[in-house]
Structures are given as structure tokens and as C-alpha cells.
Design a protein around this ligand. Structure first.
Ligand SMILES: [Zn+2]
Ligand SMILES: [Zn+2]
Length: 132
């Protein structure tokens, strides 16, 4: 879905600022507020950090963007299908890893006889570059 459509179906106006934030996240995958600020300010030099933050939060509330709280600072990403996060503790970078975790979650729920409420999975890693 295009970003304009994504915003419209969530009852948010497709402002250039919001679109720029979404473009940034599309390109970076995961970005901190500061990283988003740096890139959006190249396009909109007068945009303040608080405006960017407000726009981000509006899109988090509307479930367009999700907040990933595994690194030193919160990262943001465009909401996508359920995935695993790989987080390199050495270079503070997050990657997505696609894997079907449903069977694993079912197994835990059945064997521990519980209901998992938060099925966000992440692994702390040393990435290819940091292993060198
Ligand atoms: Zn690394
Ligand atoms: Zn992710």
C-alpha cells in the first residue's frame, strides 16, 4: 500500500512531513528519532524535533508505525508482518528476520498451559561486520 493510502485509511492527512517520515523509515528499516530528524531536516529544514516526534507518535497510535524498544534508544519502523528482531549489541543496529514463529508460540502455550500476550521476539547478536 502506498504511504498516502496508508495514512488515509488511518484517518490521517497525508502531509509532506508524515510522508517524509514514512519514506525515511522505508529506506532505513529501523531508525531512532534523531536519525529520522537528520534525514527529514534535509528536506524540511524548519521542521522541529517536537513536530517530528508528534507526527511519529500519531502514526504509532494509529498503528502505522511501531516502536521497537530493544536498542539503547527506541527505534521506529513501519508496521509489517510479525518478524523477529536481531539486535547487534556492538554496533547498536537492528535487523528484521522473517520466520514463522506461530508453531513455536503454540508449543509454549500448550506445554506451559498459558496464553502469550506479547509475542515480540528478539535476539542479541554480534553481526557479520562486528564479528570480523
Ligand atoms: Zn554489529
Ligand atoms: Zn523490524
Amino acid at each position: 500500500m502506498s504511504h498516502i493510502k496508508l495514512l488515509k485509511t488511518s484517518d490521517l492527512k497525508a502531509t509532506p512531513q508524515r510522508l517524509c517520515v514514512l519514506d525515511t523509515l522505508e529506506n532505513c528499516g529501523h531508525a531512532t528519532l534523531e536519525q529520522i530528524e537528520k534525514i527529514t531536516k534535509e528536506k524540511f529544514p524548519t521542521l522541529s524535533l517536537s513536530t517530528i516526534y508528534r507526527n511519529l507518535n500519531e502514526m504509532v497510535e494509529k498503528d502505522i508505525i511501531s516502536e521497537v524498544k530493544i536498542a539503547k534508544k527506541p527505534h521506529y519502523e513501519i508496521k509489517k508482518e510479525k518478524h523477529i528482531h536481531l539486535y547487534c549489541k556492538s554496533c547498536d543496529t537492528i535487523w528484521d528476520f522473517q520466520s514463522d514463529t506461530n508453531a513455536f508460540i503454540d508449543k509454549i502455550e500448550n506445554e506451559a498451559n498459558c496464553k502469550i500476550l506479547n509475542d515480540v521476539i528478539h535476539f542479541e547478536i554480534l553481526c557479520t561486520n562486528c564479528l570480523k
